[in-house]
Structures are given as C-alpha cells and as structure tokens.
Design a protein around this ligand. Structure first.
Ligand code: NAP
Ligand code: MG
Length: 477
C-alpha cells in the first residue's frame, strides 16, 4: 500500500529586498547606468528581486576598491590577523546557515536538503579550511620560502552551486592575502550578496571582497580589466575558451574550471544496490546541474538488464517538486533557458534512436521541472553521450572488459571526474589510474572535502581548487 505523502516545507523566514546594489569598497553601490535585472525563483517563476546590472564602469570601481584594499590593508596585515577575519566569515556562515540555505533554494531551485546539508556546510568548511592556512603559507609550497599574494583577483562563477562556488573562490584568495571582485551568475546572485553582507558584518576591511552583479558582459569586463592580476573562472568550456583568448598575451594568471561528461563505471562484481544509489546520486543530485555529474553510465554487459530494472524502480521513488519541501529529491531546473537546452538534448537522444525512460510523476503546474530520466541503447556517437546535458538525464552504455570501459570512459574531450564500482580493490586501482579525470571516486560519488583538490584535464580546464594545491594559483613564489 502506498503511504500518503505529507509535505514538510522549510519555513525559516528570509529577508529579500526588492532591489540589490553592488557591494563595492564595503558599501552598497547602484549600477552606474541605473539598470537592473530580475532574479526569479525557478520553482514558481516569480520575481524575487531586482539586481544591479554591472557596467564596465562598475567593474572599474570594484577593481579600484580591491586594489586600494590590497595595498593599504590586506597585504600589509599580519597573516594571523587576516586569518581571524576568514574564521569570522566561516562562523557567520554556520550561524546563518538556515537562512543561506533557504535563499539558495529559492533563487536557484535546488532541494532544501541539498542546500542545507551540502552547499552551506561545504561553503563554511572552505572558509574554515583556508583560514587555517593564512599564517602557514610558508609551508604550503615546499621549498618556496615565504610566498606572496598575487594581487587583485577577478572571479566569475556559475549558477549551479552559487554560494559554494563563491566560497571556493573567495576563501583561498583572501586567505593568501589577495583581494577579490566576484561576479555571480545572472540567475543566482542572492547568496553571493548575502555573503557580502556577512563579510561586512565580520568587519572585513572595505574592498577586500567586492561583488558586482550582472550578466556575461559584466564578466567579460572583469576579465578584460587591466588591473586584475588573476582570473578564476568556473563555467562552461565555451565561455572558458573566450576568456582564454582575452587573457592571452597579458600578464594575468588564470585558472579555468569547466564542463564535464563523467563516466560512472559499474562492474558486474559490484554490490549493485549500492552502485545504483551511487548512480542516482551521481546524476540526479542538484537536478544534474553538476560539472562532475556521472552523466555516462558504463555498465558491464552481464548486469546491464538488472541495473536498468533497479534504476527504473528507483527513479519512481524520487520525489520531484517544491524545492523548499524537505523531502524533495528533484527540485527545479535553474532557468527556462536551461530547461529548453535539456529538452532539446533529450529530443536528440530519441531522434538518434536511444530509448528514453523517465519517472512517471506529475510535474508542478508552475516552474521549470524535468523528470529524472535515463537513456538505454545509447551509442558513443549520440549527442547525449558526448555533450554536457547539465540536467537529470543519464546515458547508459555497456562494456565487456576493464580496458574497454577505460577506453570508452576516456573517449570524451572532457576530464573532470569519474566513478568506479567494483568489489575488487585491485580492479578499482587499475581502472582509476588509467582514467583521465581530475577526480576518480571508487565505490562512492560526489564526495567533497576542502582538503581535497578538484579540477580538470583537457577541456574541463586547468588549475586546482581545494587543498594545498588550491593555494598555488593565489600565491607568487
Ligand atoms: P557559463 O555560461 O559559462 O557562465 C559562467 C559565468 O560566466 C556566469 O557568471 C556568466 O554570466 C559568465 N559569463 C558568460 N559569458 C561570459 C564572458 N564572455 N566573459 C566572462 N564571463 C562570462 O556557464 P553556466 O551555464 O553558468 O554554468 C554551467 C557550466 O559551468 C557547465 O558547463 C558546468 O560544467 C560548469 N561548471 C564547472 C565547474 C567546475 O568546477 N569545473 C563547477 C560548476 C559548473 P551569466 O550568468 O550572465 O551567464
Ligand atoms: Mg534566480
């Protein structure tokens, strides 16, 4: 008998202002042109707030504020004192965690249990971790003596983990003594602005952290600004390539964290129920809006049918709907544009001859939602096997031997992450060592820790974030 389902809505109140300005030099500053844009709740399609549309002039002001803070306050400060500010931000994130989680879910559409238990927790953990490095940088780069900061950092982030990506950029940058101008994604600016408020409340010297909101043009102005010393970008491979062209021939440093099309490899000897849980987590976490999503399932031929049957049953149990409901597994797709992109790729899969399976639940009347989906009968040449869908859509292919699995897994221009499921430790090692991916998870997926480096091979970008390796881009030897 099916159990009646009672929603459990998160009710922590959040204050959302009707209009948000840029955070520049410790003050709230309207756009020089006066223009604003709307950020909406993708689960309701309702406008949440108007946000300042950053011009090149706004970017210039923010970079000037960051430069002044760098020269006058932040670089000369004793590292142990800098650390106190970074710790203070970390503590404030934990104190305001529920509010941050609700705002993240409202602005971006992700399930509240994910923003509450993952995004906000990890964001605080990154500030705590890098705060600890502030006064130990001498030991960060072996044999390099006392490293110096790089200067003013320009960071541009995507909409899938808005607060967490802001933390990944800000925490190591300021812990190393740099100052920063951050450009959040157009559809999800609100938690970065709340983080700016937290920085102000932590008494961070004005100009150490600046947030300029806007669209791709604002990001491009930041990349092109001559007084920025380093660009840290997370986003699509397409925009990453544009940024590389702009930065070429300048003295700017650059790290790029780009897209992915990760293989999740399931061998016949794996505990299949656990593996299916890992597959579900790998592709449906955050509606599949995950750069390291396990979006290609490579399953050993002899267990293909069994895994597919288990997966069919499992996706029927996923709860799709109101992201503020604590039981929701699949929240809203971040924007109508992303929704259309996913739909187009799913259509291409059907047109190219793959077989589509979807959970059968009803979709909410408002908002952008996409059912948890997977394709069988996929060949490596299908678009759904090659292109990043960035939605809750899995492409399943088969293999017979470990070497065939490795070859298929590496048959992609990307190389961000991968997963291996087998009962044999030696087989895990054999496969993991041959996968060209920045992170390989064995018998698990989507595990993160601030002490662990993250980053890509090939078209997934270069540079590492997290861990000691994540300090290197922010230091000069
Ligand atoms: P995107 O379109 O590349 O946008 C990323 C950021 O760049 C946004 O803030 C965007 O502004 C801005 N931007 C757009 N055009 C620009 C330009 N010409 N110059 C400078 N900045 C520009 O990517 P997205 O769709 O937001 O995010 C999804 C992508 O991010 C996926 O490919 C995903 O794999 C990748 N990602 C990678 C990682 C990683 O660690 N490797 C992590 C998360 C996501 P707007 O918001 O106005 O577009
Ligand atoms: Mg929004």
């Amino acid at each position: 008998m099916a159990l009646a389902y009672a929603p459990s809505i998160e009710t922590t109140p959040v204050r959302i202002a009707p209009r948000y300005d840029h955070f520049i030099g410790g003050a709230w500053v309207p756009s020089s042109g006066g223009a604003t844009f709307a950020t909406v709740n993708p689960a309701t399609e309702e406008e949440l707030a108007q946000v300042a549309a950053g011009t090149a002039e706004d970017v210039g002001r923010a970079v000037a504020a960051a430069r002044e803070a760098y020269e006058k306050h932040w670089r000369p400060m004793r590292p142990a004192d800098r650390a106190k500010y970074v710790y203070r931000i970390a503590r404030a994130i934990t104190e305001r965690s529920r509010e941050l989680a609700v705002l993240e879910t409202m602005d971006g559409g992700k399930p509240i249990k994910e923003s509450r238990d993952f995004d906000v927790v990890q964001a605080a953990a990154h500030f705590f971790y890098y705060a600890g490095w502030s006064d130990k940088l001498r030991y960060a780069l072996h044999g390099a003596g006392d490293p110096a900061p790089v200067g003013v950092v320009g960071s541009i982030i995507p909409w899938n983990f808005p607060l967490l990506m802001a933390a990944w950029k800000i925490a190591p940058a300021i812990a190393c003594g740099n100052t920063i101008v951050l450009k959040p994604a157009e559809t999800t600016p609100l938690t970065a602005l709340l983080l700016a408020e937290i920085c102000a409340e932590a008494d961070l010297p004005p100009g150490v952290v600046n947030v300029v909101t806007g669209d791709g043009r604002t990001g491009a102005a930041l990349v092109a600004h001559p007084d920025v010393n380093k660009i840290a970008f997370t986003g699509s491979t397409e925009v990453g390539k544009i940024i590389q062209k702009t930065v070429a021939g300048t003295r700017k440093r650059m790290t790029l964290e780009l897209g992915g099309k990760a293989a999740n490899i399931v061998f016949a000897d794996a505990p299949l129920d656990q593996a299916v849980e890992g597959v579900v987590n790998g592709i449906y976490f955050n509606q599949g809006h995950v750069c390291c999503a396990g979006s290609r399932l490579l399953v050993q031929e002899s267990v293909h049918d069994e895994v597919v049957e288990k997966l069919k049953a499992r996706i029927e149990t996923l709860r799709l709907g109101d992201p503020l409901d604590k039981n929701t597994d699949i929240g809203a797709i971040n924007s109508s544009a992303q929704h259309a992109k996913i739909a187009e790729l799913v259509e291409s899969g059907v047109a190219e001859g793959a077989v589509l399976h979807q959970q059968s639940c009803a979709l909410p009347e408002r908002g952008w939602f996409h059912r948890a989906s997977f394709f069988t009968g996929v060949s490596q040449s299908h678009r759904i096997a090659r292109e990043e869908i960035f939605g809750p859509v899995l492409s399943i292919m088969t293999f017979r031997t470990a070497d065939e699995a490795i070859e298929k897994a590496n048959n992609t221009p990307y190389g961000l992450s991968a997963g291996v499921w087998t009962d044999k430790g030696a087989k895990s090692m054999y496969v993991a060592q041959r996968l060209q991916a920045g992170v390989v998870w064995c018998s698990t997926f989507n595990q993160f820790d601030p002490s662990s480096p993250f980053g890509g091979y090939r078209e997934s970008g270069f540079g590492r974030e997290g861990g000691v390796a994540g300090l290197r881009p922010y230091l000069t030897v």
